[in-house]
Design a protein around this ligand. Structure first.
Ligand code: GRG
Length: 313
């Protein structure tokens, strides 16, 4: 993508995201019991969940609900649920048996603070809580047709389960782990498989669930699914480009760390220019899917795509 984002005064994206993050944080805070036994488990869940994070997935879910014709508040339970799933995937990803990371969101990782067994179980409990939270009849909005809403919730739960399971996020993590430590260059189709499953699948679930809860038509839901897949892949391509360009800047050289490291990235397979062109294409594809929606309601999704494309870290 280009180095600078298009400027406009039509939509205040920063304020939009800030307000959504506050609302989502409140929902997450209320969803996990504080001080209830087993204290270590609930503390660990809250520690991981309330540690910050950009809350991109909940914002996508809320925005998709609105663009599909629903009231944004209808999607708050699933928006909180996708963040619970995202957080548990980070907790497990950081474990010594996976990426073995000590820092996450600027803080010590969950297993460093609470120990490995509790970190594994806090992840399990967050995954379970996500589905409980979505299914909870108590959280149904007052202004919906209960039967219609219940059918949408069931469909959304199925969508989330499919996107994160052995055909989705978990599959992406497994194939990624299989590649780790290998000296072989990962072929492009395998790299794309990893990113589409490990990263794009949960972004897809976030958007599609929001659209289902918002009462979108099947055609609208599928268009938004395509939008989400494009921004999911875009997220990783941009990540790879930033890895190279940032480390080049740091080193004051033309070749960055990532071009020399073992990790396969888009710049390594395609070169920097072709990677940038690919990112541009993905951004265009994503925006194309929004063309037939109400312009004002689609603005957050448009800006979220731009944000993913033009972010600097
Ligand atoms: C989901 C059942 C289940 C198990 C998890 C460990 C594992 C299986 C998967 C790992 C998935 C993983 C770590 C994917 C990377 C996702 C990603 C792009 C993280 C960064 O997202 P940001 O930038 O982070 O939105 P913040 O901190 O802002 O939320």
């Amino acid at each position: 993508a280009a180095a600078t984002a298009p400027t406009t005064t039509e939509f205040d994206f920063k304020t939009y995201m800030g307000e959504r993050a506050v609302a989502v944080n409140q929902a997450l805070d209320a969803a996990v019991p504080a001080g209830e036994p087993p204290a270590a488990l609930h503390d660990a869940m809250r520690y991981a969940l309330l540690a910050g994070g950009k809350r991109v997935r909940p914002a996508l879910c809320l925005a998709a609900c609105s663009v599909a014709g629903g009231r944004e508040a209808w999607a708050m339970p699933p928006a909180a649920a996708v963040e619970m799933v995202h957080t548990m995937s980070l907790v497990h990803d950081d474990l010594p048996c996976m990426d073995d990371d000590d820092l996450r969101r600027g803080k010590a990782t969950c297993h460093v603070v609470y120990g490995e067994p509790i970190a594994v179980l806090a992840g399990d409990a967050l995954l379970s809580l996500a589905f409980k939270h979505m299914a909870d009849v108590e959280s149904y909005p007052a202004d919906v047709d209960t039967d219609k809403h219940a059918a949408r919730v069931v469909r959304a739960i199925g969508e989330l389960a499919r996107c994160i399971g052995s055909e989705g996020l978990v599959a992406g993590q497994v194939v990624d782990l299989e590649m780790t430590g290998s000296t072989e260059t990962v072929p492009l189709d395998r790299l794309e498989y990893i990113h589409l499953h490990k990263t794009a699948a949960l972004l897809e679930a976030s958007v599609v669930i929001g659209a289902i809860i918002g009462g979108g038509s099947d055609e609208q839901i599928e268009r938004l699914r395509k939008y989400a897949r494009s921004i999911g892949l875009l997220f990783q391509v941009v990540d790879d480009i930033l890895d190279v360009t940032k480390s080049s800047e740091e080193l004051g050289k033309t070749a960055g760390k990532d071009l020399a490291s073992d990790k396969t990235t888009y710049p390594k397979l395609l070169g920097l220019e072709k990677s940038r062109e690919f990112a541009e294409k993905l951004l265009c594809d994503a925006k194309e899917q929004l063309a037939d929606f109400d312009k004002e309601k689609a603005a957050p999704l448009l800006y979220l795509a731009n944000y993913i494309a033009y972010r600097q870290n």
